[in-house]
Ligand binder design. Structure first.
Ligand code: FES
Ligand SMILES: [Fe+2]
Length: 449
C-alpha cells in the first residue's frame, strides 16, 4: 500500500470529499472487511507485558486478539478465541501460565498450543494439534508499542511505518513510559476523532486562550500512508529551528516570561506536551537571565538548563539535531489510528477505534508518555473518563472533544456539501482520506475547483 500512497502531490491542491466514510453504516461495516484486517495496529505498549505470561487483549470490531509475553525475548499474538466452540478466551489484561477457557475447561500454553482437552478420547483421535492451537496473528514492535496485523501476507511493520519510523526513531519513544492514560466512549466516528489531532489549524477556533501565548500557523506534509505537521512563522524571515517545536518562545516582549507562561499553561490545561522539568526550568528564567536577553539566547539557555536538570536525575535526552527536530514537526498521524505529538522527553498519543458497527460512536484513548529516571516509572491504569469530564481530561482536550460530536451531527445535514480541508495546513486530513479510499476501494478526495 505504501507505493500507492506515492508522493502525496495531489494533497497540495485544494481537495474535497464527501461524508459517507463518517456517517454510513454500510461504510463502517466495510471497514471491518477492507481496512482493519489489513493494517498494522498498535495494540498495547511493550511495558504492559514485561514478564513471561503477561497478557493484554485488544479488540477491534468483531475481532479479539491476545498479546502475550510468551518467552523472555518474544511477544506472541493470537486470535483470542477458544478452538472448541468459540468462547472468547481471555478478558482485559493480566498474568497467566496457561490460558484456561471458562466454558469446557480446555487449556492453551503461552505459545498458543492446546495442552488440555477434557475427555479428549471422546473424539477418537480426530483432534490434530494444528486444529486445536490458537490461530496466530502477525506481531512486531516499534517505538515501544506492540503492533498486530491480521493479514498473513502483510508487509513488514517497519516498511509499513516508513518514513514515520525513521523520522521518529531519534526521539527514542521506546524509552518512554506511560505517565497517564484515559479512555472514553465518544459520540462520533473514529475518523472524526483522529482528524481532530492531525492538524493545528483548529487552534484559533478551538483553543483561543492559547493565542495570547504563541502563534499556531503550521506547515503539513503527506508522507505516504502517514503525515505530519509542524509550526511555522507566518513571516518566513522569522523562522528558526525552535519555531517548529512544541517547546518554544511564546508571544510577548520578554521571552523569559512568555516561555514560562506558556509552559505553565500547557502543563495545567493539557497535562501533557511538556514535563515538570521543562516547567521548572522555564520558571527560573527571569532569575537566571537579565532583562533584555534576546529570545534565541533565552531559548538556548532554557534548553540547556532543562537538559542538565533531566541529566541530573538520570533522564538523558536523545541526541537529535536541530535540523532533524525541525523536519520532524510536532505531530504525526500514523495510518490509520495513531497520533503522536512528540518531544525530547515526552509524547502525547491518541487512538480512536470504532465502537461496534455504529458509525456515530468510537472508543477514544489518550496516552501520555514520558522519559523517567530508571526505576521511577509510575504504575498506571487506563482511567475511564466521559468526554465532558474537565477534571480528568483538562480543559484543552475537552475543547477538542466538543467539536467531535458537533462535526458528526453537522456532517449529516443535507446542507453540507462535503469536507474542504486547508490545502496547506490540513494536508494530513486529505492524505488520510486518500489512503483510506485506497484501502476501501471507494472515491478519493477530488480537486476542488
Ligand atoms: S468453548 Fe472453550 S472449552 Fe468449550
Ligand atoms: Fe486541539
Amino acid at each position: 500500500m505504501n507505493e500507492a500512497a506515492e508522493s502525496g502531490e495531489e494533497t497540495l491542491k485544494p481537495m474535497t470529499f464527501g461524508v459517507e466514510p463518517y456517517v454510513s453504516a454500510a461504510y463502517a461495516r466495510a471497514e471491518g472487511e477492507k481496512l482493519w484486517p489489513k493494517v498494522w495496529q498498535h495494540a498495547c505498549r511493550v511495558e504492559e507485558v514485561p514478564n513471561v505470561g503477561d497478557f493484554v487483549t485488544y479488540d477491534i470490531l468483531d475481532d479479539t486478539i491476545l498479546i502475550v509475553r510468551s518467552a523472555p525475548d518474544r511477544i506472541s499474538a493470537f486470535y483470542n478465541v477458544c478452538a472448541h466452540r468459540g468462547r472468547r478466551l481471555m478478558d482485559g489484561c493480566g498474568h497467566a501460565t496457561r490460558f484456561h477457557c471458562r466454558y469446557h475447561a480446555w487449556q492453551y500454553d503461552l505459545q498458543g498450543e492446546n495442552v488440555r482437552v477434557l475427555d479428549k478420547e471422546d473424539w477418537g483421535g480426530a483432534l490434530p494439534p494444528e486444529r486445536l492451537r490458537l490461530r496466530p496473528v502477525q506481531v512486531d514492535t516499534w517505538g515501544g508499542w506492540v503492533w498486530i496485523n491480521m493479514d498473513p501476507g502483510c508487509e513488514p511493520l517497519r516498511k509499513y511505518l516508513e518514513p514515520a519510523a525513521s523520522m521518529l526513531d531519534p526521539f527514542e519513544l521506546e524509552k518512554m513510559r506511560y505517565r497517564w492514560r484515559q479512555w472514553g466512549y465518544f459520540d462520533c466516528n473514529w475518523k472524526v476523532a483522529m482528524e481532530a489531532f492531525i492538524e493545528s489549524y483548529h487552534v484559533e477556533g478551538t483553543h483561543p486562550q492559547l493565542l495570547k501565548y504563541a502563534e499556531f500557523y503550521t506547515w503539513s506534509r503527506s508522507d505516504g500512508l502517514h503525515s505530519h505537521h509542524g509550526f511555522q512563522e507566518r513571516d518566513p524571515g522569522l523562522q528558526s529551528s525552535e519555531s517548529n517545536t512544541i517547546i518554544r518562545a511564546g508571544r510577548g516582549t520578554d521571552a523569559r516570561i512568555s516561555i514560562a507562561e506558556l509552559q505553565e499553561e500547557v502543563y495545567r490545561t493539557v497535562n501533557a506536551s511538556t514535563t515538570r522539568t521543562f516547567v521548572n526550568a522555564a520558571a527560573r528564567l527571569t532569575a537566571e537571565l537579565p532583562e533584555g536577553t534576546p529570545p534565541d539566547k533565552v531559548m538556548a539557555h532554557y534548553m540547556e538548563s532543562a537538559k542538565r536538570d533531566d541529566a541530573a536525575r538520570g533522564v538523558i535526552w536523545p541526541d537529535i539535531t536541530p535540523e532533524h527536530y525541525a523536519k520532524s514537526g510536532i505531530a504525526w498521524n500514523v495510518f490509520p489510528n495513531l497520533s503522536i505529538a512528540h518531544g525530547y522527553t515526552f509524547a502525547l498519543c491518541y487512538r480512536a477505534r470504532p465502537h461496534g458497527h455504529d458509525p456515530d460512536k468510537c472508543i477514544f484513548e489518550a496516552a501520555v508518555l514520558e522519559r523517567f529516571p530508571p526505576g521511577e516509572e509510575p504504575k498506571t491504569e487506563p482511567v475511564f473518563a466521559a468526554p465532558t469530564d474537565v477534571a480528568k481530561w483538562r480543559s484543552v482536550l475537552v475543547q477538542d472533544f466538543a467539536n467531535m460530536s458537533e462535526v458528526q451531527r453537522g456532517m449529516k445535514s443535507r446542507g453540507f456539501p462535503g469536507t474542504l480541508p486547508n490545502p496547506k495546513q490540513e494536508r494530513p486530513v486529505i492524505n488520510f482520506q486518500r489512503n483510506l479510499a485506497r484501502y476501501m476501494g471507494t472515491g478519493a478526495p477530488q480537486p476542488h475547483v
